[in-house]
Design a protein around this ligand. Structure first.
Ligand code: UT7
Length: 343
């Protein structure tokens, strides 16, 4: 699916502002040295091939799971925005790792925070989930339906990792986290989403999936019981897809908005592998300060990844009114997309 929106200002009187952000990370660190103890790998290899030094891992027996991380992140975003939970009209949570099939994470978050009986929706598009969610929230808000929205990206994918040499391709990459934002409509229509792209191609779904049953394996011969409920990834195929689609989606979003890469103040990118981000920087001549890489500290945190970058920039005082920021992500599905904002 491709969905785009042209000139933000045309025919639109409602703007959308990002009022605040916050993030919440599990306490426990999983370092490359920890991984060396349980599988055939080396810290040197991991840093060279991915840029990752450590990640966080949620301890479910201590109550750390998607709903608790999401609640913590949204509470911090509300505090940052100086908005109360009662003011929220919708909570939209991007996740592929809900605590359980139902209730969804968004419902649990509204209960934990003491929201009214508002709209509470989970959106699953794997690592693209947050970028698809911020575009979806913007479109709903620009329609005038909701004024104040809590948006969260959260994932605890480490529960689906095989921490043995068999699973090392994925084991080194993923970490758990939540990051959130509070959005509010504005009577200044120049603020908000300028352009967006949402793409999917399920022909590549076999390269990154979590099988629930034997029948979920595209090739039945690949089935082994130990693989059930664990990430199955063809790292090289996903890497090639990511490098090409990342560059393509930046180009088409700039074209849609009618601006050049120089006019974007921050490229807020899903952190999957620092080499993928380096390739985009080289292709568009993006200086280091415009594309923050924080993968060394957190690994790939799936739907939390892009908002975690935004929050780090915001807390450092580097997000300013009038800037243009482009959110970008790609992931399982396969999915990929962008959301370009005028702050
Ligand atoms: O959000 C989207 C999620 N996924 C991604 O973005 C994943 C994208 N892919 C990647 O980041 C990379 O493909 C990986 C980091 C997963 C793997 O890196 P690579 O450079 O593509 O490695 P490779 O699969 O081509 O393997 C190269 C070598 C192989 O050894 P031989 O056959 O050359 O002797 C692998 O067995 O590296 C070996 N290898 C490892 N060695 C140490 C693979 N994984 C590891 C490991 N530690 N963890």
């Amino acid at each position: 699916m491709t969905s785009t929106r042209g000139d933000h200002a045309i025919g639109n009187t409602i703007g959308v502002e990002i009022l605040g952000s916050g993030s919440h990370l599990p306490e426990t660190r999983l370092t490359n040295a920890d991984l060396e103890k349980v599988m055939e790998t080396s810290g040197e290899w991991i840093v060279k091939r991915t840029g990752i030094e450590e990640r966080r891992i949620a301890q479910w027996d201590k109550g750390e799971k998607s709903s608790t991380l999401a609640t913590g992140a949204l509470q911090k975003a509300l505090d940052d925005a100086k908005v109360t939970a009662e003011e929220l009209d919708m909570v939209l949570v991007a996740t592929m790792t809900p605590d359980m099939p139902t209730p969804n994470v968004a419902c649990i978050v509204t209960k934990n925070l003491g929201c009214r009986t508002i709209s509470a929706i989970d959106l699953n598009a794997a690592c693209s989930g947050f970028v698809f969610s911020i575009s979806t929230a913007a479109m709903i808000m620009q329609s005038g339906l909701y004024r104040t929205v809590g948006l969260v990206g959260v994932d605890c994918l480490t529960t689906h990792i095989d921490y043995t040499t068999f699973g090392r391709g994925a084991a080194i990459l993923f970490g758990d986290a939540a990051a959130a934002m509070v959005l509010r409509t504005s009577d200044n229509p120049s603020k908000g989403m300028l352009a967006h792209k949402m793409h999917s191609d399920a022909n590549g779904s076999e390269h990154l999936f979590i099988p629930a049953t034997r029948e979920d394996f595209p090739k039945l011969d690949d089935y082994e019981e130990r693989k059930l409920s664990k990430v199955q990834m063809n790292g090289q195929a996903v890497f090639k897809f990511a490098v090409s689609k990342f560059q393509q989606v930046i180009a088409e979003t700039l074209e849609e908005a009618g601006i050049s890469a120089d006019e974007v103040d921050h490229f807020i990118c899903h952190q999957a592998n620092s080499r993928i981000l380096d390739s985009a920087r080289a292709r568009f001549g993006i200086p280091e300060e415009k594309l923050l890489i924080n993968i060394h500290s957190y690994g790939n945190t799936v739907a939390a990844s892009a908002p975690l970058v935004f929050d780090e920039l915001a807390q450092a005082g580097r997000i300013k009114p009038g800037q243009k920021v482009m959110f970008l992500a790609f992931g399982a599905g396969l999915t990929w997309g962008s959301s370009l904002w005028q702050l």
